[in-house]
Ligand binder design. Structure first.
Ligand code: SAH
Length: 345
């Protein structure tokens, strides 16, 4: 695989143009071309420069090879990377804008019991440019440019564990936030982690106003270990301490994701334990009914029960919401569509 231009910051492209002995103003054109989701061959630059760039760089970091639209307007994308690997993403429309769900790894090594992404382990990390280009490609697909963005919000909730690919994810956050680029503020970006506590401390030091989301899924360490192997490495207490530090540094409240699994984490004892654990903390809880994955023998909590769970937590004074399930008809949960595609081949 050659290099990819989307891995370069504007300053790095400036240096590259200098090294190639090309006039300085071309750097801006190349950078804007990348940020508008263009291939090198599509850029409005001289042929000679295109040829020089193509010696060193792939024409495009990835391609949208399939998109499937749900009846509720959600669009699921399959991206093909230069080495043939496939990752997926989703674009969801809300009243306030469009949120894109982005992948950070091909596969995942966290092996959560309910998740389709980890079924075949980790294949490889995505580079910062491969993460960034998912957004640039979808923005272009939706008719957007760097000035008129069609993607307004991002969640790092596709396949992969972002804090297990820390350096590339941080570089992605810097590049997506760059003034000359697509410039999506980290305020509009959420990073979801299964709870790699030591990396949360590092993230707190980066100076981003990023929304931190933790996949909790149980208020009991022993129960958590059954569904999330990472819980053997970091206890809930260690995660909460890291969240406290994150809040201290960023002044941003954090969010807990809680996927309701029928008969497993949706009982009265769970309501009580969650309340005890989280009451008074600067946090919000996002409940979601588990999306059933065919390879996994687990069911989502019934709608009625999920509303009861929500109501009880609210009554106990917690800030909580139940996310509507979107894109179920297009296998919207992490890793599902990719697995179907890879299996089908
Ligand atoms: N690795 C990160 C981000 C990816 S997953 C993390 O663990 O947070 C994004 C969210 O979807 C996580 O909260 C994850 O636990 C949850 N999830 C995965 N599979 C799911 C499923 N089948 N149904 C509901 N939520 C699921």
């Amino acid at each position: 695989m050659k290099e990819i231009l989307a891995d370069y910051s504007f300053e790095e492209i400036e240096n590259l143009i200098k090294e190639l002995n090309i006039q300085k103003f071309r750097a801006e054109q190349v950078y804007q071309g990348v940020m508008n989701g263009k291939r090198i061959t599509e850029m409005n630059i001289p042929l000679e420069l295109k040829e020089k760039l193509l010696e060193k760089f792939e024409d495009s970091p990835l391609e949208i090879i399939e998109h499937i639209e749900s009846s509720d307007g959600t669009i699921k994308f399959l991206f093909k990377l230069c080495d043939g690997n496939i990752v997926e993403g989703v674009l969801m429309s809300y009243i306030y804008g469009n949120t894109q769900c982005v992948s950070t790894q091909v596969g995942c090594r966290m092996n959560c019991a309910f998740c389709a992404s980890g079924l075949n382990g980790l294949i490889r990390n995505l580079s910062s440019g491969e993460i960034l280009y998912q957004v640039l490609a979808v923005n272009k697909f939706a008719g957007g440019t760097i000035k008129l963005r069609k993607v307004t919000n991002i969640v790092l909730m596709g396949s992969g564990e972002p804090l297990d690919n820390y350096n590339n994810v941080v570089k992605f956050l810097k590049n997506i936030n760059a003034e000359k680029g697509i410039n999506i503020s980290t305020r509009n970006i959420s990073l979801s982690t299964c709870g790699i506590a030591n990396k949360i401390y590092d993230l707190a030091e980066e100076g981003f106003s990023l929304n931190l989301t933790i996949s909790l899924h149980s208020a009991f360490d022993e129960e958590r270990k059954k569904i999330m192997p990472v819980a053997n490495a970091f206890s809930i207490n260690e995660i909460l301490k890291a969240c406290d530090y994150y809040f201290l540094k960023t002044k941003r409240r954090y969010i807990f994701e809680y996927s309701l699994i029928k008969g497993q984490n949706d009982g009265q004892k769970d309501i009580e334990a969650l309340t005890k654990l989280l009451k008074g903390r600067p946090c919000h809880i996002n409940l979601i009914r588990l999306n059933e994955v065919k390879e996994k023998n687990m069911q989502g909590t019934d709608k009625k029960e999920a509303y009861r769970f929500l109501g009880e937590l609210e009554k106990n004074g917690l800030s909580v919401s139940l996310r509507r399930q979107i894109g179920v008809d297009i296998e919207g949960a992490c890793g599902q569509l990719r697995n179907k595609f890879v299996e089908g081949k």
